[in-house]
Design a binder for this molecule. Structure first.
Ligand code: NAP
Length: 315
């Protein structure tokens, strides 16, 4: 018979690792399934300057590695396994992972959200070297430079407006004629003297792969087919995020954009009723803040609730 675990944590970003530290320290011997992007979004950023406690900043991958070690010190274990199927309504909860079947009394879902990328090989090669999907994380590095933001929704407008604090010029590149952004956000961007908006424009290539830094963008006007080089030192993607929650559809409530709905940040529901023992934390349930520190905070809450859940049932 399969061993029944007290806690399994899905995802090893900031939320999952914080949940691992807390549940491990509570003696629950959590198993962390690292998922397809071990370390989450922090593992693809460079310097993190806004995580409290690091006056000189810390590299994202190092912060993640530290958290992982901290949880391992208290007994958390990690597996590079992918989840294939879950039965959240079962008692114990059943998981089918690439390493076999797992049964657990509590499950902490911290599978995160993945930034959407254009998918160009040159873009992928320059992530962390001038290509970013997080203005609050990386904007500071573009002080005095010219940059581009791709996208036509509120995220793109918000990123562009934020980035004017650092960049001398921000060019918004949108693939269509009309913007998806709300009127107020669009008007703010249009009114800003350091923002230029270019419609019907797509990025064909990010230049600078050999130099390991963005040297410009080859862009194309989709109406007349003409290409040109836009001289920028950075490209920010503002084309949305995808919560990694599809696998739970039909077993927990998702909002209209696919994020897990939670009550008090971490309690999951199904048809509005709390799902016993299943908690969600971090970006998979947060489309508003999406910060390392808020993810860590909700990871802590999920861990405390899992502990309380087990305690109330005599574990
Ligand atoms: P979004 O509204 O889905 O907009 C994504 C934008 O990216 C769209 O303009 C889309 O173009 C473009 N896009 C998507 N894939 C692309 C691709 N492969 N190549 C080029 N362009 C691509 O996403 P969002 O801006 O992240 O906003 C998500 C939600 O959060 C919205 O409800 C938004 O209102 C909200 N939000 C609010 C605020 C705020 O109020 N302060 C800030 C951020 C986000 P098309 O238009 O052609 O589809």
């Amino acid at each position: 018979m399969t061993e029944i675990r007290d806690t399994v944590i899905l995802g090893s970003g900031c939320a999952g690792l914080t949940a691992a530290i807390y549940t491990a320290r509570a003696g629950l011997k959590p198993l962390v399934l690292e998922g397809h992007e071990p370390g989450g979004q922090l593992s693809i950023t460079t310097l993190v300057e806004n995580f409290p406690g690091w006056p000189d900043g810390i590299q994202g991958p190092e912060l993640i590695e530290n958290m992982k070690k901290q949880s391992q010190r208290f007994g958390a274990t990690f597996e590079l396994a992918h989840l294939e199927r879950v039965e959240l309504g079962a008692h114990p909860i059943r998981l089918n992972a690439s390493l076999g079947e797992i049964a657990t009394r509590t499950l902490i879902i911290s599978s995160g959200a993945s930034a959407r990328w254009l998918g160009l090989p040159s873009e992928q090669a320059l992530i962390g070297h001038g290509v970013s999907s997080c203005a609050t994380c990386d904007g500071f590095f573009f002080r005095g430079k010219e940059i581009a933001v791709v996208g036509g929704g509120d995220s793109a407008m918000e990123e562009a407006l934020f980035l004017t604090r650092f960049a001398t010029k921000v060019t918004i590149l949108h693939r269509r004629e009309h913007f998806r952004a709300s009127k107020i956000m669009l008007e703010r961007a249009i009114a800003h003297p350091n923002i230029e908006l270019r419609t019907n424009t797509v990025v064909e290539e990010v230049l600078g792969v050999e130099d390991k830094e963005v040297k410009g963008l080859r862009i194309r006007d989709v109406k007349n087919g003409e290409t040109e080089v836009l001289n920028v030192s950075g490209m920010f993607l503002g084309i949305g995020h995808e919560p990694n929650a599809k696998m739970f559809a039909g077993q927990v409530d998702l909002d209209e954009e696919g994020y897990i709905r939670t009550i008090n940040n971490v309690f999951t529901t199904h048809h509005g009723e709390i799902v016993p023992g299943v908690f969600a934390c971090g970006d998979v349930q947060d489309r508003r803040y999406r910060q390392a520190v808020t993810a860590a905070g909700s990871g802590c809450m999920a861990a405390l609730e899992a502990e309380k859940f087990l305690e109330e049932r005599g574990r």
